[in-house]
Design a protein around this ligand. Structure first.
Ligand SMILES: [Zn+2]
Ligand SMILES: [Zn+2]
Length: 372
């Protein structure tokens, strides 16, 4: 082989490597959460904006941001009725933002769901419809039409930021006649308990009372990096527990309320999903007695992206740390448990203090550990 030819192949190999590395968009802040028994965990952000409504970026940037943060699902939910950039970006077709994101995501492992934000003043407020076929058909001056049409298209509809102080100055959600009627007709299926930086336990109470799916979303308008990542946070997301990694499985899971809303260390969901999520997030790496003592060392690893705050709920006390302690995301901690007598089995019982299954209610999680 001529030297020139060899040089050519070396260059080719180099560029191929660089290209494939560039092509993986995973950033240093990838989100990870474990699956739970019977379901795979899909990380979703189903409320985002671009220049096609009042956002600041092109749809492809939303796809890149999602890939960098290791999300599985996104939806771009442009305001149907609020179009401040329309003089610069004329787009008679309300499906355009979705189409651009879908094209960008095509060669990547990211599900893009077709959504829109139905935008009205209080008391109707804002709602998202996701899994639409044609967003154009939702445009109407009568506020009942977009909800009826979205449902006709098989969409999953959720109430956005019901506690937003611009629409509810007390900061508490007000469930009015309009929402009650939607719920009665089966046209409203979910509610945001976390939106952007805000969590309302009153919204969680409404979710539980009316059997609405618990949602958490970023409602991002600017850049995810500027608003969250560079401050050391992640965006709020909804973990959806689906049978398969498909749009149809995701849709079924949303309608069946299989979700946990997450914002950094805050986790909100029904106990049947939140408890197995936390249980699988903490892996028992090792458990053994310190020689010639009744002090049991238990090494725990938090494999999730949430810092988890726990309180000891066992009859035994700890040798080293206080009853309340944290295991940071991705970190390992050794607990020293004073069992007073050597046991053959122990049930490690902890209350998760920043996880909520209802207002003011934290779940208790048990890990049964066999000892030699
Ligand atoms: Zn809104
Ligand atoms: Zn919005």
């Amino acid at each position: 082989m001529k030297l020139q030819t060899l040089t050519f192949y070396v260059h080719l190999l180099f560029f191929a490597t660089v290209w494939s590395q560039n092509h993986n968009h995973l950033g240093g802040k990838a989100l990870t959460y474990p699956d739970i028994p019977g379901f795979i965990t899909l990380k979703s952000d189903l409320h985002q904006h671009t220049v096609f409504s009042d956002g600041e970026v092109w749809p492809s940037i939303r796809v890149m941001e999602a890939l960098r943060e290791n999300l599985d699902v996104i939806s771009l939910t442009e305001h149907l009725e609020y179009q401040p950039h329309k003089d610069d970006i004329p787009h008679p077709d309300r499906n355009r933002s979705y189409q651009l994101a879908l094209a960008e995501a095509e060669e990547h492992d990211l599900l893009v769901v077709h959504g829109s934000e139905i935008t009205r003043n209080a008391p109707i407020g804002h709602s998202n419809a996701v899994f639409l076929n044609d967003a154009n058909l939702l445009l109407d001056t009568n506020p009942r039409v977009p909800f009826a049409e979205a449902n006709k298209q098989g969409a999953f509809v959720f109430w956005n930021h019901p506690a937003w102080y611009r629409q509810s100055p007390t900061g508490n959600p007000v469930l009015g006649e309009f929402q009650l009627e939607l719920i009665k007709r089966g046209e409203l299926h979910g509610i945001e308990v976390i939106n952007e930086y805000d969590y309302a336990e009153e919204s969680l109470a409404l979710a539980l009372e009316h059997d609405l799916t618990i949602m958490g979303t970023s409602d991002i308008h600017g850049l995810i990096d500027w608003q969250y990542l560079e401050k050391g946070y992640h965006r709020p997301i909804t973990l959806v527990f689906a049978k398969e990694r498909t749009r149809e499985s995701l849709r079924t899971a949303l309608f069946e309320g299989r979700t946990v809303a997450v914002y950094n260390s805050l986790l909100v969901g029904k106990s049947e999903f939140l408890i197995p999520l936390i249980k699988n997030s903490i892996q028992v790496k090792r458990a053994e007695y310190i020689e010639n003592t009744q002090i049991l060392e238990i090494e725990l690893e938090n494999i999730s992206s949430s810092d988890l705050l726990f309180e000891n709920r066992m009859e035994y006390t700890f040798y080293s740390n206080a009853a309340v302690f944290e295991i940071a995301a991705g970190e390992t901690r050794i607990l020293k448990v004073k069992t007073l007598e050597q046991q053959t089995q122990i049930s490690l019982k902890l209350k998760a203090l920043k996880a909520y299954t209802a207002p003011k209610t934290n779940p208790e999680i048990s890990w049964v550990i066999q000892l030699n």
